[in-house]
Design a protein around this ligand. Structure first.
Ligand SMILES: *Cc1c(COP(=O)(O)O)cnc(C)c1O
Length: 371
């Protein structure tokens, strides 16, 4: 059986080398394994140029575990978080705040719009009790790219803390800790770094992290405790996802061989452009305006044709070797196609060709996707 190409934003298609790294077992106390953990932390820190000023704290679990750990640790229990919302992952941050009993305010936007730094500026001006702003960089629900640099400048000017869910952008879209002031940037192994899923990490400003002892109401998701234990012992506090760590180490090596962030970002941008152009040629419209589209995942309007049905479409495309992603919008029917992962330049044109074949087979007039 040939493995399908995942055009999904994590889990995604990984390389043979990355998967082969999981063929051996590691003891969690073993010094060779702990050296890998140390290496990963250093390399991730280097991606944001945070050496000397920031700390990379890995965390077991999917990406959300790390977002929850960041909110629960960086925000004091009597803190107040402002969450601008323009999609599903922003809503998830808001839900985390509510669940953990952190005071929450939101700024709401339509899902095809970016967050406005001026609105955040006004909100921080108006409400001095807001201690932190938590934003999603690339909102994977639609693929929209929020203006992180401008937002960070506003938050810094007000002297509040900034927590960034950069899950689907980290490693492909630049976040430079020397230029952008943040308390925490959160990402995970199985997205643009092209590792396998199973762990996340938080890059925290050391000064901010050092002041968080006792903030967390969770034992397992206490970043400060995880950090301190790792510093003292080089080990993870609780059982590490050893195979995931070994795979991420290999994935990071390939990341650097490829040319790091610039090369990875350029490859995804090429994928994104080929995808949008190829689908446009089939008459399928993308949901976002090009100016706010991140080169990570693209939301497309479903064909406005009675012969179209996502489940059938999905199964037929899957049978031809490609895994797509359902849409996440409630108002309009869409589907999503990821631009990230380890597949060659043939990956996207191949997927577009298959989608065209499947539309023909289903009797879908793709050109009927018109407004
Ligand atoms: C993938 C992702 C997450 C984490 O989702 P998990 O399912 O917990 O891995 C969080 N935020 C964004 C923007 C993401 O793309």
């Amino acid at each position: 059986m040939t493995t399908p190409i995942l055009l999904t934003p994590g889990p995604l298609t990984t390389s043979d080398r990355t998967r082969e790294a999981m063929l051996r077992d590691w003891g969690s106390w073993d010094s060779d394994f702990n050296a890998i953990t140390g290496r990963i932390r250093k390399q991730i820190l280097a991606i944001v140029h945070g050496e000397g000023t920031h700390e990379c704290v890995p965390m077991q679990g999917s990406g959300t575990f790390s977002v929850e750990a960041a909110i629960g640790t960086m925000v004091p229990r009597d803190g107040h978080v402002l969450v601008p919302v323009n999609g599903a992952y922003c809503q998830r941050i808001a839900r985390i705040c509510r669940t953990m009993g952190r005071r929450l305010s939101t700024l709401n936007y339509p899902e095809d719009r970016i967050m406005q730094p001026a609105d955040i500026d006004a909100a921080l001006e108006q409400d001095k009790t807001i201690t932190h702003v938590a934003v999603v960089h690339c909102e994977t629900g639609t693929g929209v790219l929020n203006p992180l640099e401008a937002i960070a400048a506003v938050v810094a000017r007000h002297g509040r803390g900034l927590i960034v869910d950069a899950m689907s952008s980290f490693g492909a879209i630049d976040i430079d800790a020397r230029k952008i002031r943040f308390d925490a940037v959160v990402a995970a192994s199985g997205k643009c770094l092209e590792g396998v899923p199973g762990m996340g990490f938080v890059i925290a400003r050391r000064e901010a992290l050092a002041a968080t002892e006792g903030n967390s109401q969770s034992l397992a998701l206490d970043l400060h405790d995880q950090w301190q234990y790792m510093e003292k012992t080089t080990q993870w506090r609780f059982t590490p996802p050893t195979h995931v760590v070994a795979a991420l180490d290999q994935a990071l090596q390939q990341y650097m061989e490829e040319g790091g962030l610039a090369a990875r970002g350029a490859r995804y941008a090429r994928n994104c452009q080929m995808l949008i152009d190829g689908m446009a040629a089939l008459g399928v419209r993308s949901y976002l305006e090009r100016s706010v589209q991140a080169p990570i995942i693209v939301t497309f309007h479903a064909p406005d044709d009675p012969h179209y049905d996502f489940k059938t479409f999905y199964q037929k495309v899957k049978a031809r070797g490609y895994i797509l992603y359902p849409g996440k919008l409630t108002e309009v029917e869409t589907f999503r196609v990821g631009c990230i992962g380890h597949f060659g330049d043939a990956g996207i044109p191949g997927a577009v060709k298959v989608i065209a074949e499947v539309f023909t087979e289903m009797g879908v007039q793709a050109a009927a996707c018109a407004a």
